[in-house]
Design a protein around this ligand. Structure first.
Ligand code: G
Ligand code: G
Ligand code: MN
Ligand code: NA
Length: 249
């Protein structure tokens, strides 16, 4: 209740921030980019996690301007990262299904002047299954602009696999719940199957929520391409990522 009544003013006031979490390439052992993660710095309640306020922002529609703000911030920050690094931005299903979503993305790219191939948009299975034709159209248009599309939280959304494989995307993000269980029971087989599916589809895989060396070893053995998680770094301000982000003269 307080979330709904405070969200708008908090956004106007500038109480939102974007944190970044490194994404680590297993083949080269290097950071290849960052995921942008929204944060609400509440003056009294402290840091409010997105899981608490994003669903409310989706109900009220506030997620549309907030999401565009995150995208603009990420594109701006991208310019101070090394040329070979990318940034991944989460897109709410509500945001993705607005009529002018693709043209808004195009406008932000033009305005910030970033190379679209350095931008990745994370869409959810839920968005894809809500309106399959529209979602596929949006994903195709993003791809045509040179933006990479990742399917986030893969395997958690009750999606129909036979539909999913018809969508144009470049990366599959293996949900934390699978990584959690990779060293238990048939957890390894499940992850190997997801990687195998991705290879058959010609897309890359990224695993999230990697917390231990054992998980990393098993992911490497399974053929996973990229990893993200506390083992490699917690989400934090860009300035805390240990990068030389001085603007190029
Ligand atoms: O950072 P954290 O683990 O608390 O994020 C929790 C969830 O919030 C994640 O599932 C993530 O996808 C979502 N989230 C984080 N940032 C954004 C954002 O900018 N937009 C949307 N729509 N979701 C986000
Ligand atoms: O978009 P998504 O929901 O996948 O966002 C990732 C979320 O998971 C972020 O909010 C981040 O804070 C959280 N997270 C990142 N790394 C780890 C990890 O290694 N373990 C756990 N439990 N959570 C993580
Ligand atoms: Mn994500
Ligand atoms: Na996720």
């Amino acid at each position: 209740q307080w979330i709904e009544s405070e969200l708008h003013a908090a956004f106007q006031r500038g109480d939102f921030d974007v944190y970044y979490q490194p994404q680590h390439d297993l083949a080269t052992d290097r950071v290849i980019g960052y995921e942008a993660l929204l944060r609400w710095r509440h003056p009294k309640r402290g840091m409010i996690p997105p899981a608490e306020f994003v669903p409310v922002a989706e109900e009220t529609g506030m997620v549309v301007p907030i999401g565009e703000w995150v995208l603009r911030k990420a594109c701006t920050d991208l310019k101070s990262l090394p040329q070979d690094m990318s940034i991944a931005v989460n897109i709410s299903p509500v945001q993705m299904m607005t009529k002018d979503f693709v043209s808004r993305v195009r406008a932000v790219i033009a305005e910030t002047g970033v190379n679209p191939s350095r931008l990745e948009l994370e869409v959810t299975e839920t968005a894809m299954m809500q309106d399959r034709e529209r979602a596929a159209q949006v994903m195709r248009q993003l791809g045509d602009m040179g933006i990479s599309v990742a399917v986030d939280d893969f395997g958690t959304g009750y999606s129909n696999l036979s539909y999913l494989i018809d969508f144009p995307f470049q990366k599959l993000k293996i949900d934390r719940s699978f990584v959690n269980r990779i060293d238990k029971d048939n957890g390894g087989a499940v992850v190997s199957t997801i990687v195998g599916l991705s290879r058959a589809l010609g897309v890359r895989t990224i695993a999230e929520g990697v917390e231990t060396e054992d998980q990393a070893t098993l992911l490497r053995a399974a053929g996973c391409d990229v990893v993200q998680g506390f083992l490699y770094g917690r989400p934090g301000p860009l300035a805390a990522m240990g990068l030389d982000t001085r603007p190029v003269a």
